[in-house]
Every structure is written in structure tokens, then in C-alpha cells.
Design a protein around this ligand. Sequence first.
Ligand code: RB5
Length: 143
Amino acid sequence: MKIAIAADHGGFELKENIKSHYQHIDFVDLGVYCSDSVDYPDVAKEMVKVIHNNGADLGILICGTGVGISIAANRCKGIRAALIYNKEVAHLAKEHNNANILVFGGRTMKLDDVIQYIDIFLQSTYEGGRHQRRLDKLDNMEA
Ligand code: RB5
């Protein structure tokens, strides 16, 4: 599975720590590459381009709280960005929402927790069925 990762300055440190933890994963790193201030909508836009072009199967986005970058990504067609804040949400975001972007808060979350959430999400399976009907309705809302 190809995973893209991107952060604004508020998420830069957590992005680097996630990459260091998963040494075996060849992340598509879309930046930022230092802690200089940037605007999170621009970061989300780069990630969405990669997801739309099938450059990655899954994205990880990080800003200070995870809120701004979630709002930005979820304005884009076909994007299901989930702000993951506990273990239950980590598996439900896959099982029910088939999220294609995981979002974290660089200033509000601990690395150990985030690693657990990513692991749980990756081990979970989308259930389809009634959930697919709901995802289809999300796509229709964008039309
Ligand atoms: C940047 O200072 C901060 O506003 C951003 O990272 C994020 O938390 C916005 O929701």
C-alpha cells in the first residue's frame, strides 16, 4: 500500500516522527520539510491531488489540531478525511467510513497514540453494505 503524508508547520514534527517509526514504509512525503509557517489549505490541496491521481492509496495529513486540514480536505471531491482521536474511531473510520485520509493533530496528540491509531486503521477492513449506501450519498452531495 502506498501512503502519502503531509503536514503544515504545526504537524511537521509529528510527520517526521511517524516516518521514523515506520522505517519500512516508503512514504510519499509531500512536505513540509521544515517548520516554517505555511497555510494548511495548500498542504491539503497537494495531498488531494495525489489521491485523485492514484499516487497513493491512503493519505496522512497533520496540522496543529487536525481540524483545519480536515475541513480543507473534506471540501474536495471523493475525499473522506477522518480526524482520528481514539482507538474506536481508528477502526470505525475504516470499517464504516472507508476513510482515504487519516488526520492527526501535531500539537494535540502523542506519537505513541497516533502510531496505535494508524496500526488499528491499517488492520481494519471496510464493511461495505449499508455503509456503501452512505458513502454513495456523500458522493451525490458533491454533485
Ligand atoms: C497553524 O498555526 C494552525 O492554525 C494549524 O496548524 C491548525 O491547527 C489549524 O486548524
